[in-house]
Ligand binder design. Structure first.
Ligand code: GLC
Length: 438
């Protein structure tokens, strides 16, 4: 199919997933608004419908709690096709949660800061877009303030996540190391995800017991951050999550400067402090010399989780590694993930025995990570590899359609059924549009 038609299809996907004031990631499997999906979707809309891009962000920020927290799912509608839904999550337990929207009590990678900068980059009417940014930017600042005040118990400039669903890479094999330290009860519940997609692509029942158990502990403590830091069996400093936060910090600094109002100087100063401290700790703590890449740190059990995943390369996007480290990382990416029979970039180390190219976050290629890695590689001047990252991303969509994730093995793409998970998936469409037009 020619690129123009494919781009029109992407626009149709986004328009069909638009629900008056926000977007769903895809029909059936994910019927609400998700935090980082929402941000990435706005980047797609910005190319052809800026009012929708702005509304998407406004709705997301409207669900912000009074302590600055932004939830990972905002349950705009009642539906029993999703588990666990609002009655399980019970965001009302937290005294500062939104009175207007039911949500989860966990968050997701804080993309909003850099998304605002992307809207500005893409906009054809920058003055108008800057006005919009001015109207929402303090809410995003407040979200960062929440992270640094509530999620950084050792005052390192690095924030923790307390649930695998906060990472965005929900079913990564990295979490197996944490599950080994836990022994949750056997819960009785009815899953809905496996009625929408093949169970072989989704987590097991036992894995779900772990997910629910962590939420039960958080709920018993009314989602109090200090209590969670004390008691959650899952407490991890994630390189993707922290890279996204630092990238967004930088965007907020740049945008406040462009806005140029003296009243914002204190905020710029504070952001810069978080940025300096965070960058230093990130490079000292999350880099593994032996592997030559960034890895996750298990704050509960005080050790590095030594696995290479696509998250290991996300620091390139936030401009965190030195040139020397970046070179080493990219060598490793190409050596382990860049084989000519593989599409870039598998979500987990293809040379590991935990690699599974069909299963949700355990190996398939995800468009959102590829998009970040593309910009990261370009920023460091790895133009050829960036070009391949972009071409591979376009090709997997051309071969299969706008799926949630894709098999990393090229030979699986011959019959056009190497796309897995949800179909007509919003961020795959949105970031495809951005890649075609950047
Ligand atoms: C899956 C992904 C998560 C995403 C959500 C909605 O749970 O792991 O990152 O936000 O789907 O698309």
């Amino acid at each position: 199919m020619c690129m123009k038609n494919l781009q029109n299809n992407a626009i149709t996907v986004l328009n069909n997933n638009w629900k008056d004031k926000f977007s769903i990631p895809c029909a059936k499997l994910y019927p609400f608004q998700w935090f980082w999906d929402s941000g990435l979707i706005a980047i797609g809309f910005a190319h052809f419908d800026m009012p929708k891009a702005e509304k998407e962000i406004e709705t997301l920020l409207d669900a912000q709690w009074s302590n600055g927290f932004i939830p990972h799912i905002i349950f705009h509608t009642e539906t029993d096709t999703y588990f666990p839904g609002p009655d399980f999550h019970r965001s009302d337990l937290h005294p500062e949660s939104s009175k207007k929207y039911k949500s989860t009590g966990m968050t997701q990678p804080p993309v909003t800061g850099f998304v605002l900068e992307d809207l500005y980059r893409i906009s054809k009417d920058r003055d108008a877009t800057l006005k919009f940014i001015e109207s929402v930017i303090d809410k995003v600042y407040k979200n960062h303030e929440y992270f640094y005040n509530q999620r950084d118990p050792q005052d390192e400039g690095l924030v923790y996540i307390y649930h695998n669903w906060e990472s965005g890479t929900d079913n990564s094999p990295i979490w197996d190391d944490i599950w080994d330290t836990m022994n949750p009860p056997e819960y009785t519940f009815e899953r809905r995800d496996t009625t929408h997609v093949d169970a072989a692509q989704r987590p097991s029942k036992r894995e779900y017991d772990h997910y629910l158990h962590i939420i039960e502990i958080a709920k018993q403590n009314n989602y109090n951050d200090q209590k969670i830091a004390e008691l959650s069996p899952f407490l991890v400093q994630d390189p993707l999550f922290n890279a996204v936060l630092l990238k967004s910090n930088q965007s907020l600094i740049d945008l406040y400067r462009i806005i140029g109002n003296k009243n914002n100087n204190d905020k710029i100063h504070q952001l810069q402090k978080w940025q300096d401290k965070g960058t230093k700790s990130f490079n000292n703590k999350l880099y593994d010399e032996e592997l030559g890449v960034y890895v996750h740190y298990d704050l509960r059990n005080e050790k590095l989780l030594k696995h290479i995943s696509s998250s290991s390369f996300a620091p390139l996007f936030a401009n965190l590694p030195s040139e020397t480290r970046a070179e080493k990382m990219v060598d490793i990416m190409m050596e382990k993930f860049g084989n000519p029979d593989q599409y870039l970039c598998a979500s987990f180390d293809p040379t590991s025995d935990r690699f599974n190219p069909k299963k949700y976050w355990r190996g398939p290629v995800w468009v959102n990570l590829n998009w970040m890695l593309y910009y990261g590689l370009k920023q460091y001047g790895f133009y050829d590899i960036a070009k391949r990252m972009k071409q591979d991303t376009i090709e997997i969509i051309e071969n299969n359609g706008f799926y949630e994730y894709f098999d990393s093995r090229k030979e699986e793409h011959k019959n056009g059924n190497a796309g897995y998970g949800g179909h007509n998936f919003s961020w795959s469409a949105a970031l495809f549009i951005d890649l075609l037009n950047e």
